[in-house]
Write a protein that binds this ligand. Structure first.
Ligand SMILES: C[S@@+](CC[C@H](N)C(=O)[O-])C[C@H]1O[C@@H](n2cnc3c(N)ncnc32)[C@H](O)[C@@H]1O
Length: 268
């Protein structure tokens, strides 16, 4: 495999290994990462708890997957996998970075749940044989790998025929976040530096990644400008200028400019 096809994998690994999602929400620096207090501290900021539609999606899928085997790609600290495990789904949780794997392993042990495995995997080159899993879950990951089309194809490869890919979410354009990130030219969503790869796509392009799937749901999410952790001049412009004005738009209009698209699809 040439480095051209995986242009940023080392940079991506390096970034996420030192910016495991959740660390930016730690306000109490005395907390030791990997302790019960640490996970409780950041939990309200993490996807399934912060965004109710993510928890609803986990509940919907877990009801279909009880006793079946789900692969999570890019598990971070393991909050999503944890919710599947609590609902009786067999889970293999994976991430590109050793730090995420360490934290997720610790998290599961503290919660008393038993995954099938927790280990490092590259979404672009999964180590599993074809047709291994009943479902693949990936939340906020595939657009950050450097080759989104290939990551979706890899997810398809390891799914059994009839298996479900639940990808929450892709970054979309046109969207308010795309506009802000183009105008701002500095991280608005992330506390410090942005990840090295964070691709925005048009809806048609995202759906074209799902070759060999039947797409059963594709929904716009995050149509309102959300609070950001960052401080400084541009963040203030965003918080006190852009966000309140933008959020006056009627929902029907704002939904067209939502910044995320989540897709659920079945392998055919
Ligand atoms: C925005 S974080 C999301 C983490 C987690 N899904 C969550 O919602 O808390 C992106 C994650 O994708 C992982 N990631 C990035 N590129 C990857 C790749 N090629 N293979 C596997 N994981 C990858 C990162 O290590 C990071 O943990």
């Amino acid at each position: 495999m040439s480095t051209q096809q995986e242009p940023n994998v080392d940079a991506v690994r390096e970034y996420w290994d030192s910016h495991t999602l959740g660390m930016q929400y730690v306000k109490d620096r005395s907390l030791e990462p990997g302790t019960a207090e640490f996970f409780a501290h950041i939990r309200p900021w993490m996807n399934p708890y912060k965004f109710p539609w993510i928890m609803q999606r986990i509940e919907r899928e877990a009801a279909l997957l009880r006793g079946k085997h789900l692969l999570e790609i890019g598990c971070g600290m393991g909050f999503d996998s944890l919710e599947f495990l609590k609902r009786g789904v067999r889970v293999t949780a994976t991430d590109l970075t050793p730090n995420a794997v360490r934290l997720a392993t610790r998290h599961f042990a503290l919660e008393g749940v038993r995954p099938e495995s927790v280990h490092t995997e590259n979404a672009l080159r999964l180590s599993f044989p074809d047709e291994t899993f009943d479902a693949v879950w990936s939340n906020g990951v595939l657009h950050a790998t450097g080759d989104t089309r290939r990551a979706v194809a890899e997810a398809r490869r390891v799914l059994k025929t009839g298996g479900r890919a639940i990808i929450s979410h892709f970054y979309r354009k046109p969207s308010w976040m795309y506009l802000v990130s183009r105008l701002g030219r500095e991280p608005i969503e992330h506390g410090t530096e942005d990840p090295p790869v964070n691709e925005f796509y048009r809806d048609e392009e995202i759906l074209s990644f799902f070759e060999g799937f039947q797409v059963i749901e594709a929904v716009h999410e995050h149509h309102r400008a959300i609070p950001v952790a960052k401080t400084g001049f541009k963040a203030a412009l965003y918080t006190y200028g852009f966000a309140p004005l933008y959020n006056l738009l009627p929902a029907g209009v704002a939904l067209r400019f939502a910044y995320k698209l989540s897709v659920t699809a079945i392998k055919v």
